[in-house]
Design a protein around this ligand. Structure first.
Ligand SMILES: Nc1nc2c(c(=O)[nH]1)N[C@H]1C(S)=C(S)[C@@H](COP(=O)(O)OP(=O)(O)OC[C@H]3O[C@@H](n4cnc5c(=O)[nH]c(N)nc54)[C@H](O)[C@@H]3O)O[C@H]1N2
Ligand SMILES: Nc1nc2c(c(=O)[nH]1)N[C@H]1C(S)=C(S)[C@@H](COP(=O)(O)OP(=O)(O)OC[C@H]3O[C@@H](n4cnc5c(=O)[nH]c(N)nc54)[C@H](O)[C@@H]3O)O[C@H]1N2
Ligand code: SF4
Ligand SMILES: [Mo]
Length: 723
């Protein structure tokens, strides 16, 4: 297989290779070609169904980061005088291995930390989790997905017994009757997906957007509800109250397919529409209209994204929206359901294969003895040697320099993206040793003792799982420059130096073959998927168990359609829960939830609410997109979005520098005045480091279940700055 697998392009660099975008969870299809042996060209790939050729500006310009000037091409090590200087690979890997070894000898294995990312391919995420548990022996591994969709994952698992962001393909959206988009701005965060919502409306369906800002997405909606940040839980309860009061509960469905209704109903009845109006700022007539639009058609969906999820009560908030779906019979039925719009390129697969603190591959739980036995057998280790669950992402970052002394970062830039970032930066600086693998010199890499330059998406093959649960083959299209190596090679090199010679292959297909076996029988079962199949199909939806004859594994725990003949390949599972939910009794569970305030409410000293999010032309911490001239021209820096009334009170004009001050710190950025935001709220995008870094301000209050920080709401005061 080594050189002939379907992922090896016949003629890399010259032919157009069909592959996928490096950035968000839509994983748009694109073609890549090397032009005249120099720059790489992105072109339309119309055959891929998710985006049908459309790309946003980030995807179109993604190849710019492949250019040698934009990226790292040599390992860097911290020199005696404190600077980072180029070094050879052996020296760099020896330094990392030596320092990890030293920390472990002095403080024990749990003093070693690993921080991964939802942009890593399935193969990398799998190998990183295995590396932490088997080579380092540490429990201290988590990843940036904890900052992303972990609350929706926790709520989905609680309600349905299984977390797959969307339990149906995007193509179902235009065929439903009403979609409520809660705290999601796909016009900026997944532009090619917008056409699914446009088609919904063309087909006579309605779109409701719940967002404190009148975003480009909200502008397309039939109804825009603009609640106070942090009050979505009350809003959903208020809607459920009206559903009950207006006799719109689907009693037969509730009886047949759910459990826990009485408690959930009682909780909702305590949330009178007038009370909800006071909490949220959404009027009772608006609430009634939303309920009418949602309940009138024969099918409807609720889709959440980071708005309601990145709250210290995100899990309960998503639970409340799921309750609304369950009470009205809008889950596990054709064209109906609850879904979470996952964010990162491999935000779905990245949460399934073991880089999360409490998890083993196949979405297995690290505390489940049967799961430990199964995975330990695949890994060839004694299950008792596998560590238990470790700290969640923010808790891990907070423990740096005290309990955790040395850290390996692969695929994240927490100096910009973590909450209470100045504190996180200070913790990173206090480490005994920091190693960062990245494609560019990110703000986190700048603090490292050793930086390893890795190959990028277009230069390596791997699989990702998009927001629909569709497993895709991202093919290598071009040759990497001299001096860079893949993340899998890094793990292989470190494992060998730390005494583990076997089990860390550098060929992604070999890793995927092991991942298949490790996932077999787990909730996210990939055992029926292989590279050859992915090369031929437009992706395969998990669960996709191997026919029993293939692996000797019995059925998965999923609700998928099963095949009767043992050798027929499983077709994959585009739609989940149609027959039963993945809970033990097959019923979906209502969550008994009640409104509670945000961790930080405004007061006399900090009277304004801050919320944060994204703009279309920058991606995440901006490590990659801030290096693309066209994107920088479109979105050159941070800003503070505020209402004219608040601006007038401050005496601020458009473009004036404003200081936003929270209990964590102070950030300065120019004013952007718009009537499209609530007067009690300011918004900052989080893509930039330095003085305008939004995360200097954010509150690391954590959701008790998902450990998600409250990125979407904290209390601030806003001041003009004399420059
Ligand atoms: N251009 C671009 N696209 C991206 C990314 C990027 O960085 N840039 N990142 C990718 C990733 S990883 C992710 S997770 C997704 C995120 O995708 P989205 O969730 O769509 O993005 P956000 O801008 O974080 O948040 C969405 C909306 O939530 C609103 N909001 C703020 N507070 C609240 C609240 O309390 N309640 C409600 N209901 N809404 C609120 C904000 O005003 C914002 O418009 O985007 C992906 N796509
Ligand atoms: N205030 C606020 N903060 C937020 C959010 C918010 O809405 N508001 N959203 C949160 C969310 S949803 C997310 S997902 C996080 C994301 O925040 P980060 O984790 O910082 O995300 P990225 O900027 O994508 O960082 C990925 C890093 O890995 C590098 N990289 C890319 N591909 C690879 C690879 O294959 N291998 C290696 N080794 N490196 C690679 C990139 O160059 C980049 O430096 O931010 C969170 N922070
Ligand atoms: S929408 Fe997402 S996947 Fe598609 S081109 Fe833009 S960043 Fe890439
Ligand atoms: Mo995310």
């Amino acid at each position: 297989m080594q050189n002939t697998g379907p992922h090896r392009p016949a003629a890399p660099d010259t032919a157009a290779t069909p592959t996928h975008c490096p950035y968000c969870a839509l994983q748009c299809g694109m073609n890549l070609t090397r032009v005249d042996g120099g720059t790489v060209e992105v072109s339309e790939r119309a055959d891929f169904p998710v985006n049908r050729g459309a790309l946003c500006g980030k995807g179109r310009t993604a190849a710019a980061v492949l250019a040698p000037g934009a990226r790292l091409t040599s390992p860097l090590v911290r020199s005696g005088d404190g600077g980072l200087v180029p070094a050879g690979w052996d020296e760099a890997l020896d330094r990392i291995a030596g320092n990890l070894e030293r920390t472990r000898a002095e403080y024990g294995a749990d003093a070693l930390g690993v921080f991964g990312g939802g942009g890593l391919t399935n193969e990398k995420a799998y190998a990183l989790g295995k590396f932490a548990r088997v080579v380092l022996g540490t429990s201290q591994i988590d990843y940036n997905g904890r900052f992303c969709m972990s609350s929706a994952a926790a709520a989905g698992t609680r309600a349905f017994g299984l977390d797959r962001g969307l339990p149906f393909p995007l193509e179902d959206i235009p065929r439903t009757g009403c979609v409520i988009l809660v705290g999601s701005n796909p016009a900026e965060t997944m532009p090619p997906s917008l056409r699914y919502f446009t088609e919904l409306r063309e087909n006579g369906g309605t779109l409701i957007v719940v967002d404190p800002r009148r975003t480009r997405t909200a502008e397309q909606a039939d109804l825009h509800l603009a609640p106070r940040p942090g009050t979505d839980l009350a809003l959903a309860l208020g809607m459920l109250h009206l559903v009950v009061a207006e006799g719109r509960v689907d009693e037969a469905y509730v009886e047949e397919r759910t459990s826990g209704w009485e408690e959930a109903r009682a909780a909702a009845m305590a949330h009178w529409p007038e009370y909800v109006e006071r909490i949220t700022g959404v009027s009772v007539p608006e609430l009634r209209e939303a309920v009418r639009l949602f309940c009138t058609p024969d099918a409807a969906m609720v889709l959440t994204a980071r708005g309601p999820e990145q709250q210290a009560k995100g899990t309960d908030t998503v639970g409340a929206w799921i309750n609304l779906c369950l009470a009205t019979g809008r889950a596990g039925r054709p064209r109906s359901g609850y879904g979470c719009l996952t964010g990162q390129g491999n935000g779905q697969g990245g949460r399934e294969h073991g880089q999360k603190a409490d998890q083993l591959p196949g979405y297995r739980r690290l505390t489940d003895p049967a799961a430990r036995r199964h995975v330990a057998e695949v890994w060839g280790v004694d299950p008792d040697t596998l560590p238990g669950p470790g700290r969640s992402a923010y808790e891990l970052l907070d423990a740096l320099g005290t309990d955790v002394r040395s850290l390996l970062v692969m695929g994240s830039n927490p100096v910009v993206s973590a909450p209470r970032a100045a504190h996180v930066e200070e913790r990173l600086r206090s480490l005994d040793f920091l190693a960062v693998c990245d494609v560019v010199l990110s703000e986190t890499a700048e603090l490292a003792d050793v930086v390893l330059p890795v190959t990028q998406w277009a230069e390596e093959t791997g699989t990702t799982t998009n927001l629909e649960g569709r497993v895709l083959l991202r093919r290598r299209a071009v040759t990497a420059p001299e001096g860079v190596r893949g993340d899998l090679e890094v793990l292989h090199g470190l494992a060998g130096r730390l005494g583990v010679e076997k089990g860390f292959p550098t060929d992604p297909e070999e890793v995927f073959e092991e991942l298949r076996r490790a996932s077999a029988g787990g909730p996210a079962d990939y055992s029926g998927i292989d590279y050859r199949r992915l090369a031929e199909e437009d992706g395969v939806f998990w669960p996709c168990p191997a026919p029993p004859a293939d692996t000797g594994t019995s059925t998965s725990t999923s609700t998928s359609t099963s095949t009767s003949t043992s050798t027929v390949p499983h077709p994959g599972t585009p739609r989940l829960f149609l027959d039963r939910f993945a809970t033990d009794d097959g019923r979906a569970r209502f969550a008994p939830v009640a409104h509670r305030p945000s961790a930080e409410e405004p007061d006399a000293e900090y009277p304004v609410l801050l919320t944060t999010g994204r703009v279309v032309a920058q991606y995440q911490s901006g490590a990659q997109t801030r290096r693309v001239a066209e994107l920088n021209a479109a979105a050159p820096g941070p800003f503070v979005e505020l209402h004219p009334r608040l601006a007038a009170r401050l005496g601020a004009a458009e473009g004036d520098p404003l200081a936003v001050v929270s209990r964590r710190g102070r950030a300065v950025a120019p004013a952007r005045i718009t009537t499209g935001i609530r007067p009690d709220t300011v918004f900052m995008p989080f893509h930039w480091p330095g003085a305008g870094r939004a995360n200097t301000l954010t509150n690391p209050a954590l959701d008790p279940t998902s450990r998600m920080p409250e990125f979407k709401v904290c209390a601030v005061r806003v001041e003009t700055v004399t420059s």
